[in-house]
Design a protein. Structure first.
Length: 105
């Protein structure tokens, strides 16, 4: 059984892209984009993760079954983030903290 063999230059190019994306992440962290800071950081991190999964883990060159399992992992991650954020948003502790600091009539 033989796998796909990529040239070393391919790996060096992907590594360089990851380094550039890391530098972009650092630069974006110093910009004041308001609520878009988190969105930009997550978008860049997702792109970096996609590069790692596709090229360094060789998902790009494997069968469709590998694609299904890699996609299932990402959907599971999104599901877990969704549950966590739903729990975080639905709590009343933000209102509780505001009522502690406000004078009571």
């Amino acid at each position: 059984m033989s796998g796909h063999v990529s040239p070393k230059s391919h790996y060096f190019a992907i590594f360089a892209a990851l380094l550039v994306l890391t530098l972009i992440t650092v630069k974006v962290a110093y910009l004041d984009l308001g609520p878009l800071n988190n969105v930009a950081a997550l978008a860049i991190a997702s792109l970096k993760g996609l590069l790692v999964v596709l090229f360094f883990m060789h998902v790009k060159y494997n069968s469709r079954l590998t694609w299904v399992f890699a996609g299932a992992g990402f959907f599971w991650l999104i599901f877990l983030f969704g549950i966590t954020m739903a729990d975080y948003v639905s709590r009343d502790w933000l209102d509780l903290q505001a009522s502690i600091y406000l004078p009571q009539p």
